[in-house]
Design a protein around this ligand. Structure first.
Ligand code: HEM
Ligand code: HEM
Length: 180
């Protein structure tokens, strides 16, 4: 029951919640920015979408590098299928939030837009200007964004199940340090 559990390292916890907050900003921007058409220029909310999107990509790459250099805390006791489902979901979230901004970037490059990290550091074009496949990546970008929202929903539901039904302290592993 309420036994303290070894938690994730401080940087892992920081990345988890920082990226959560960035996504809370990025999705509403995506839904309120003007429709992107053939002659649309990346100004206003669209520029902010690229600003936060590339920031999320950079943070995710650092997060994955950090995570790969460390062991995760030992798994909580749970049926094998649940442990596999949790690993699979976490892996898909890591992969998804790297692929998603790359797809948006491919689409932006196909529109001839210059993509910059933090609006300052120029990034290379990921598709030739005017390319039809780069253009199609815009639809894939939108579909993947919705898929990842559903996955986050499942992730949060699983957390709620651990907290409310199992009461095994899962949330504490990602929130605060484990003290002896
Ligand atoms: C994790 C980061 C990102 C999220 C969550 C995200 C989410 C979204 C969503 C939900 C839409 C659809 C908006 C609508 O329904 O009208 C969208 C569109 C778009 N995003 Fe992103 N995006 C991200 C990163 C990026 C990046 C890094 C770029 C470019 C460098 C980008 C460029 C675009 C473009 C150009 C569109 C319009 C696509 C089209 O209409 O064909 N996004 N984004
Ligand atoms: C209210 C929102 C959220 C809650 C309550 C939540 C909760 C949690 C909890 C409790 C864990 C630890 C799981 C364990 O000990 O096995 C965790 C890990 C994780 N969460 Fe979330 N999370 C949220 C949002 C997100 C979002 C938006 C993402 C998307 C990037 C995400 C990605 C991950 C990943 C990849 C892990 C695995 C960490 C690792 O093994 O390195 N979470 N989350």
């Amino acid at each position: 029951m309420h036994r303290p559990q070894p938690s994730y390292s401080a940087p892992t916890r920081f990345f988890h919640w920082a990226i959560f907050i960035l996504l809370l900003i990025e999705f509403p921007i995506a839904w309120t920015m003007p429709d992107v058409r053939r002659d649309t220029l990346p100004h206003g909310l669209i520029a902010w979408h690229i600003f936060f999107g590339t920031l999320i990509l950079a943070a995710m790459l650092l997060r994955v590098l950090w995570r790969a250099s460390r062991r995760a805390p030992p798994e909580l006791p749970m049926p094998k299928w649940q442990a596999v489902a949790a690993k699979f979901t976490h892996g898909l979230l890591y992969l998804g939030f790297i692929v998603l901004p790359l797809l948006g970037w491919m689409n932006a490059s196909s529109r001839g837009w210059d993509v910059k990290l933090l609006g300052l550091i120029p990034l290379p074009a990921l598709s030739p200007s005017g390319s039809s496949w780069g253009h199609e990546m815009g639809d894939v970008h939108q579909a993947v964004a919705i898929g990842l929202l559903v996955l986050i929903g499942l992730h949060v539901l699983a957390t709620a199940y651990h907290e409310v039904v199992l009461r095994d302290g899962t949330m504490r592993r990602i929130l605060v340090s484990w003290r002896r």
